[in-house]
Design a protein around this ligand. Structure first.
Ligand code: MSP
Length: 626
C-alpha cells in the first residue's frame, strides 16, 4: 500500500519553534511506522511563502519577500535535517511548478462554475490570513483565533462557491476522516450552521500568485490559503502533463487544531471542485504551552527546538512530545516532566533492561545465546508478548500515539518482571542453565520487538538496541509472531544516562509567609475571578484515572477550552454533553495527569454526593456570572 503523509507548510515569517517541530515529528513517526509496516511512503513538508504577513515581515527587515522567504525556508530545512526527519520532498510555494499548479486549479474551478467576481467587505486577520464575519470577532473586534486586531477590508474579489459543497462535506464527514472525533464534531457543527462563499483573491498587496490570464484582473492575487493548500497536490505533479499522483489517494494530513478548519472545510471543497479524491485522514493535534503558559514572542517563552535537541538529543525530545500528551489535546512542556520520563521510562525501564540482559549474557554465556526451548519454558509469556504487540498496533489507526508507546512499554515492563520472577542467577546456581539461556533469549526477543516498535519514535536508540542484539531492524509483520532462537550480543554504553534535575526552588519559610489577617474579602477581590457560563461539548474519562473527567467547554470564545475536573465518580460523561456549567475562566492553566486544564467547573458537595452548579435556564455561552 501507499501512504502519503503531509505536514502543514510553515509560514516563513518566523523561525521554527516547538509547534512546527511537533507536527513534523508526528509526521516522521508515521512515515517510519508505515514504512516498517511494509508500505511505500512519501512524506511532504515545506514552507508557505506568500501573503501579506510575509510581505510585511520582509519589509520590516529591509529585505525583498523572496530573499526573506529563502532565508527562513532554509532554516526549516536545516532543522529537519538536524532532527533527521525523513522527508521525501520539501516544497516552497514560490517553486515555479507549484505556482503553475495553483493557476491551473484556479482555471479549473472557473470552468466548473465555482468562481465568481464580487466585492468582499469584512474583517481580515493578517496574522492568521483569515476572514471573519462581525459575529465571529471577539468583543474588542480582535481575531477569534489569535486575538490580534483585524482589518476591515473592502475590495473587489473573486469568490469560491464554498456553500455549494456544504452537503457533500457533511456526507464526507460520515466516513470519519477527522481524528480525534471531538475535533470532527466541532467541524460538523460549524459546517451545519451554513457556509459562506469564500473570498479567494486579494488586490491590496502584491506578494502572491497572480490569477491566470485575464488582462483586467492582473491585480488579483490568489488567497494564500488556496495557494498553500494546493501544495499537497502540486508536490505530486498536479497540473503537469502526465502527472500520476498515485500517492494522492492515500493522503494523511497532520495539522494543528488551529488550522483544522482550513483543512477540513476549504480543502475538501476545493478538491471536490477540482474533481480530485478527498484525503483519507486529517489528524489534528493540540497545542503546547510552556510550563502552563501560552508561548509568545513578546513573553519570550517560545521553546526553541534547536536548544532542546542540543540539550536532550533528538530521541528524548521526540519521545517526550509523542508520549507526554494524548494526541489531540493541549500539553504542557515542562523540563521536569521531560527529565522524569527520561529517567524512569527510558533509563530505568528500557536502558536497564538492555544492560541487565547484556550483562547476564556476558557473565553466563560469553554473549552468545541459543535455545530451542522457548515454547517449552515460556508458552504463556510468548502469548502475552503477542497480545501486547497486537494491542499496541491497534492504537495507530486511532491516532493514539501516546497509547501506542504506553503499550510498547508494557513489553519492557514484562521483560523486567520476568527477571524478577525467574531470578536467572538462582536458575544458574541450581544448574538450570538451559532455562537461564532460554530466558535470556526470550528477553532479547522482547528487546528486539520493542526496538522495532519504538523505531518510529526514537530511531537512533532503536538502532543501537538492535545492533547490541546483533540483528538488523525488523518489520512489523515479522515481529508479530517470529521469535529468534539465538543472539550474538555486543556490549554497549548505557543508552540513556540519567539526567540530573535542576535544583528545586526552595519554598518560602513559614516566617516569610504573610498570614492573612482576615478571611473577609472586598468585592473587587471577588471580581478577580472571571466566572462564566459554558456548555459541555465533549466529555470523557481521563485514561488511568477514576476521578478525572476531561471536558471541552464552549465559553463563546471561538475555541473550546479543555478543563479537567475531579467529578468522574458522580457523573457519566455522556450525560453531561450539552449541559451548561459555571466555570472559573481566568485560572492559570494547570496540568493534571499530563493534560492541561484551563479553568475550573463549579460544583457543590454534601453528604449525599456532588452536583454541578448550573444556570436555571439556558444562557448564552460565555455569559459572565456576577
Ligand atoms: N502556513 C500555515 C499552514 C498551511 S498548510 C497548507 C500555518 N503555518 S504555521 O507556521 O503558522 O503553523 C504550522 C503548524 O504549527 C500548525 O499546525 C500549528 O498548529 C502548529 N503550531 C504552532 N504553534 C503551536 C504550538 N504552540 N503547539 C503545537 N503546535 C502549534 O499555519
Amino acid at each position: 500500500m501507499k501512504k502519503y503523509i503531509t505536514t502543514p507548510i510553515y509560514y516563513v515569517n518566523d523561525v521554527p519553534h516547538i509547534g512546527h517541530a511537533y507536527t513534523t515529528i508526528i509526521a516522521d513517526f508515521l512515515k517510519k511506522f508505515y514504512t516498517l509496516e511494509g508500505n511505500e511512503t512519501f512524506l511532504l513538508t515545506g514552507t508557505d511563502e506568500h501573503g501579506q504577513k510575509i510581505e510585511q515581515s520582509a519589509k520590516a527587515k529591509g529585505k525583498t519577500p523572496m530573499q526573506y522567504a529563502t532565508e527562513i525556508s532554509q532554516s526549516f530545512k536545516s532543522l529537519w535535517d538536524k532532527m533527521e526527519i525523513s522527508y521525501d520532498h520539501f516544497l516552497r510555494t514560490t517553486d515555479p511548478h507549484h505556482i503553475q499548479a495553483v493557476q491551473k486549479a484556479f482555471v479549473k474551478m472557473q470552468e466548473k462554475g465555482d468562481i465568481y467576481l464580487g466585492e468582499y467587505e469584512g474583517h481580515y486577520c493578517i496574522s492568521c490570513e483569515s476572514f471573519f464575519t462581525p459575529t465571529q470577532l471577539k468583543e474588542n473586534g480582535g481575531c477569534p483565533d489569535c486575538g490580534k486586531p483585524t482589518q476591515i477590508i473592502k475590495e473587489e474579489s473573486y469568490f469560491f462557491a464554498l456553500s455549494k459543497y456544504q452537503d457533500q462535506l457533511l456526507k464526507w464527514y460520515e466516513s470519519n476522516p477527522i481524528l480525534p472525533s471531538y475535533r470532527q464534531n466541532e467541524v460538523i457543527a460549524f459546517v451545519s450552521q451554513g457556509l459562506n462563499d469564500l473570498s479567494i483573491t486579494r488586490t491590496t498587496f502584491e506578494w502572491g500568485i497572480p490569477i491566470p490570464s485575464q488582462k483586467d484582473d492582473q491585480k488579483h492575487i490568489i488567497y494564500v490559503w488556496l495557494d498553500a493548500l494546493m501544495n499537497y497536490v502540486s508536490a505530486l505533479g498536479y497540473g503537469q502533463d502526465g502527472a500520476q499522483m498515485s500517492f494522492w489517494e492515500e493522503a494523511i494530513h497532520l495539522v494543528g487544531k488551529d488550522i483544522l478548519r482550513f483543512h477540513a472545510i476549504y480543502w475538501p471543497a476545493f478538491l471536490l471542485s477540482l474533481e480530485l479524491p478527498l484525503p483519507q485522514k486529517i489528524y489534528a493535534h493540540g497545542w503546547w504551552l510552556n510550563e502552563g503558559q501560552k508561548m509568545s514572542k513578546s513573553i519570550g517563552n517560545v521553546i526553541d527546538p534547536q536548544a532542546m535537541i542540543a540539550e536532550f538529543g533528538n530521541d528524548l525530545f521526540r519521545y517526550f512530545l509523542l508520549r507526554e500528551v494524548p494526541f489531540g489535546q493541549d500539553g504542557d512542556f515542562s523540563h521536569t516532566s521531560l527529565i522524569d520520563r527520561s529517567n524512569s521510562e527510558l533509563s530505568n525501564d528500557l536502558g536497564n533492561l538492555l544492560n541487565r540482559v547484556v550483562g547476564m549474557s556476558e557473565k553466563y554465556f560469553a554473549l552468545q545465546l541459543y535455545t530451542e526451548s522457548l515454547q517449552e519454558f515460556f508458552a504463556q509469556e510468548l502469548e502475552n508478548i503477542n497480545q501486547i504487540i497486537h494491542s499496541a498496533l491497534q492504537e495507530i489507526p486511532q491516532a493514539r500515539f501516546h497509547r501506542y508507546l504506553e503499550e510498547v512499554w508494557r513489553l519492557f515492563a514484562l521483560g523486567n518482571e520476568l527477571i524478577s520472577k525467574y531470578e536467572p542467577w538462582n536458575l544458574q546456581k541450581n544448574g538450570e542453565e538451559n532455562k537461564t539461556q532460554a530466558l535470556l533469549v526470550l528477553l532479547c526477543n522482547i528487546l528486539y520487538k520493542g526496538a522495532t516498535l519504538i523505531y518510529p519514535a526514537i530511531p537512533q536508540s532503536a538502532q543501537k538496541i538492535v545492533q547490541a542484539l546483533g540483528k538488523d531492524l525488523g518489520d512489523l509483520s515479522s515481529i508479530k509472531t517470529h521469535y529468534f532462537n539465538g543472539f550474538q550480543l555486543t556490549k554497549t554504553d548505557p543508552l540513556f544516562p540519567k539526567i540530573q534535575k535542576p535544583e528545586p526552588k526552595m519554598p518560602p519559610s513559614s516566617s516569610q509567609v504573610k498570614q492573612e489577617e482576615t478571611s473577609l474579602i472586598k468585592i473587587d477581590d471577588f471580581f478577580l475571578s472571571d466566572l462564566r457560563v459554558g456548555e459541555v461539548i465533549e466529555a470523557k474519562r481521563v485514561e488511568g484515572s477514576d476521578k478525572l473527567l476531561c471536558f471541552q467547554i464552549d465559553l463563546g470564545e471561538g475555541r473550546l477550552r479543555q478543563i479537567i475536573s475531579g467529578i468522574a465518580k458522580y457523573y457519566d460523561p455522556q450525560d453531561l454533553i450539552g449541559t451548561q456549567v459555571c466555570v472559573v475562566a481566568n485560572l492559570k492553566p494547570a496540568k493534571l495527569m499530563g493534560m492541561i486544564s484551563e479553568g475550573m467547573i463549579l460544583s457543590v458537595k454534601d453528604d449525599e454526593g456532588l452536583k454541578l452548579i448550573v444556570p436555571q435556564s439556558k444562557k448564552k455561552n460565555g455569559s459572565k456570572i456576577g
